[in-house]
Design a protein around this ligand. Structure first.
Ligand code: ZN
Length: 408
């Protein structure tokens, strides 16, 4: 095991911890920006450090295709190759194959797919995924799992869960650098509590350095989503980090942290920036909107980031439609927002102010008290009283951030 996880503070199920990894000491809850090909689109490494980014996620699938894991290894590992001194996590590559490639097929051996380079059939086995990740050299590496959409029902969910458990043993045996890299297992089982329970127990028996909750953020309803997170966090060990994969929106991160999750990753903040959208405490701000053309205020007057200190909404509005600089500035602000959210979650838990933080967050996002019912249900299970920020009759069940877009 190459990590140390020390809980510094708790509020009911929520925890704030110090996660010591080979390359960096991180504070949780934490958000990991996704750097597909050894770069976070639109930001330099210096800027990432400046906004307080502690760990980035690299996509094994993309890195294995180009520049290839062999070349990264030859050039001293990905940290050195991309000159990133802080922590790094790589995914297994499996999810990308299944989601990006039409011809991916999962068998007991591994994931078979058609090479996007030369069209030849290729096979990614659990052993190979780990070998590639060993060569890339990230602080945390992920087991290859059998991913199915949560919206699928029937025996396929059960098959995928049991296969994920069989594959974890193959991943553990193949892992050649356990003293430098931490292998996380991934809990599968769809929306079925019985299957999730079997998977959690199976993985915990293997005493891994950390655990991820997988297969979510794939179109399931929000009430199912938080219930799976709540079930898994309650059953996973107290002294190991818990990572909810592919999550998410700021609201999701606040809810999952209240339920005891520690780590998150999502392309949303940078992807939505490329569509001209900024994350703000009220929800989102669409910079392409015509009303921005003469708005001299910063994106968020309360934000301390370089973009908000220097530029107006009008200037960014002018850029977003024509110049790459527009999405770069928005990516910077959005990731700053996510880093600040992570820091605020951490310090509010450490200083015993977590319920106050949650209420302030919800009041800004839902000023009329229209907190979605799934959030109210989750907070009840988390033991956080949010009655002061909810209207008596909550009528906005199922609304998500994008639907609730504030074009202030
Ligand atoms: Zn800002």
């Amino acid at each position: 095991m190459a990590l140390r996880f020390e809980v510094l503070g708790r509020f009911n199920r929520a925890r704030a911890a110090q996660l010591t990894l080979p390359h960096f000491v991180c504070q949780t809850p934490l958000f990991m920006p996704v750097g597909t090909q050894g770069t976070i689109k639109g930001l330099t490494n210096d800027q990432l450090e400046e906004i307080g980014c502690q760990i980035i996620l690299g996509n094994t699938y993309h890195l294995a295709l180009r520049p290839t894991s062999e070349l990264i290894d030859e050039l001293g590992g990905l940290h050195k190759f991309m000159k990133w001194p802080r922590a790094m996590l790589t995914d297994s590559g499996g999810f990308q194959m299944v989601s990006l490639l039409h011809l991916a097929d999962i068998t007991e051996k591994g994931v078979t797919f058609q090479s996007p380079v030369d069209g030849k059939p290729m096979l990614l086995t659990p052993e190979e995924s780990i070998q590639i990740q060993n060569r890339i050299g990230a602080d945390i590496i992920m087991a290859l799992d059998d991913v199915v959409k949560t919206t699928i029902t029937g025996p396929r969910i059960e098959e995928a869960m049991y296969r994920t458990l069989r594959w974890i043993d193959r991943c553990i045996s193949a892992h050649k650098r356990p003293n430098e890299q931490n292998l996380f297992g991934i809990v599968q089982g769809g929306l079925d509590p019985v299957l999730r329970d079997i998977c959690v127990r199976g993985l915990v028996e293997r005493n891994l350095p950390g655990y991820a909750i997988g297969g979510l953020a794939g179109g399931e309803d929000k009430d199912s989503f938080w219930r799976v997170v709540a079930q898994c966090t309650a059953a996973l060990p107290e002294d190991k980090p818990r990572y909810v994969m592919g999550v998410g929106y700021p609201l999701d991160i606040v809810v999952c942290s209240a339920l005891g999750a520690d780590m998150y990753d999502c392309v949303y903040p940078t992807r939505t920036a490329r569509f001209g959208t900024a994350l703000v405490p009220e929800g989102v701000l669409k910079l392409k909107h015509q009303v921005m053309a003469r708005d001299t205020r910063p994106i968020d007057p309360a934000c301390g980031c370089m973009v908000c200190k220097n530029f107006s909404r009008a200037y960014i509005h002018c850029l977003v439609t024509k110049d790459a600089m527009g999405s770069q500035l928005l990516s910077y602000h959005n990731l700053y927002y996510m880093m600040k959210l992570s820091r605020d979650l951490h310090s509010s838990i450490v200083y015993g102010k977590f319920p106050e933080f949650v209420c302030t967050f919800l009041q800004k996002m839902f000023p009329e008290g229209e907190v979605p019912e799934w959030v109210c249900n989750a907070m009840e299970v988390a033991g956080i009283d949010i009655s002061s920020c909810c209207s008596p009759v909550s009528s906005s069940y199922g609304l998500n951030l994008d639907e609730k877009a504030h074009a202030v």
